[in-house]
Design a protein around this ligand. Structure first.
Ligand code: SF4
Ligand code: SF4
Length: 296
């Protein structure tokens, strides 16, 4: 079994469009949506939920007012101003650091597990998809991403799937690190702008640091061919292969309106480019050693 992650330095580069088309072209793959903060893959793959698992994020503090002597040590110690003058803890602000529990001399504070979202296993027309939902006010975390990955790996092992295709979160933060951990290959999607080049450099620093093999796709390369050329030059100098250059085309929006993927929607220059990109990615994956590490 191998694991492909599709990531980008920022949102809006076409990462999900590409992942959904890969899912449609792959045979025997599990699809994981690790962009848990702003998931979009379900709009294209129309998952039908088959299983739901509660997700517990960080513990939150709760005060038992019957044990409290109103010393206000907890309020003074809380760096996040989560405790108000009535000694009520705002659960949306509490960061679960446990300092208030530590300073309370009457044992009035307990750290309590709270459900902050759910992980779903769903059926799609292109195989099983694992995705997540956060409760309102909850923030995406590496822990939730790891829960999605862990479930995707279990399903892939149970069903003997050969590949996990993961739509990663944008950026370089904790959810991205959780996404790329243990992956066999990262496809970095970028766009031909100066900020795109800067974001690419940051993501490459992360994949290089964690020794995840990376390849690059320049999306909408024809919007600024000069910048696309600079990105290719930059990648060449860094020893990173640009495996695809996709043209601008309006079909992603049209496909989304019809809740389908670009490669299934209609044959055009972009769908053909995506097919060629997929072939390159598969051939890169075929060259990788199999490394299936447990999710952290
Ligand atoms: S530290 Fe404990 S006793 Fe003091 S106000 Fe907070 S909960 Fe009450
Ligand atoms: S757990 Fe930390 S953030 Fe939450 S109320 Fe206590 S001190 Fe504040």
């Amino acid at each position: 079994m191998k694991e492909l992650v599709v990531i980008s330095g920022k949102g809006g580069t076409g990462k999900t469009t590409i992942t959904a088309s890969f899912a449609a072209m792959a045979k025997n793959a599990v699809i994981a949506d690790c962009d848990v903060d702003a998931p979009n893959l379900h709009l294209l793959l129309r998952p039908r939920i088959m299983e739901t698992h509660s997700f517990y994020g960080m513990d939150k503090a709760e005060i038992d007012l019957e044990k409290c002597n109103e010393c206000y040590n907890c309020q003074n110690a809380c760096n996040f101003d989560a405790i108000d003058d009535a000694l009520i803890i705002n659960q949306h602000i509490c960061e679960g650091c446990g300092v208030c529990e530590y300073v309370c001399e009457t044992d009035a504070i307990n750290m309590v597990k709270k459900i902050s979202g759910a992980v779903f296993g769903s059926a799609t027309n292109h195989g099983t998809m694992v995705h997540a939902e956060l409760r309102i006010g909850e923030e995406a975390s590496g822990k939730l991403v790891s829960a999605v990955k862990e479930r995707a790996r279990s399903i892939a092992l149970e069903n003997e799937n050969e590949l996990i295709i993961t739509d990663g979160p944008p950026g370089t933060g904790c959810p991205v690190l959780a996404t790329i951990t243990g992956a066999d290959l990262a496809l970095i999607v970028t766009e031909p702008s100066l900020s795109g080049m800067h974001d690419l450099e940051r993501v490459l620093q992360v994949t290089e640091h964690f020794e995840i093999p990376a390849i690059v796709c320049i999306n909408k390369y024809d919007i600024n061919e000069k910048n696309a050329g600079k990105i290719e030059e930059f990648c060449n100098e860094r020893g990173v292969e640009v495996v695809g250059k996709l043209p601008y085309h309006p079909s992603p929006n049209m496909a989304m309106r019809e809740e389908t993927t670009v490669v299934e929607y209609r044959k055009n220059v972009l769908s053909e480019g995506l097919k060629a990109l997929w072939e390159r990615v598969v051939s890169e994956l075929d060259q990788k050693e199999v490394t299936l590490l447990p999710a952290r």
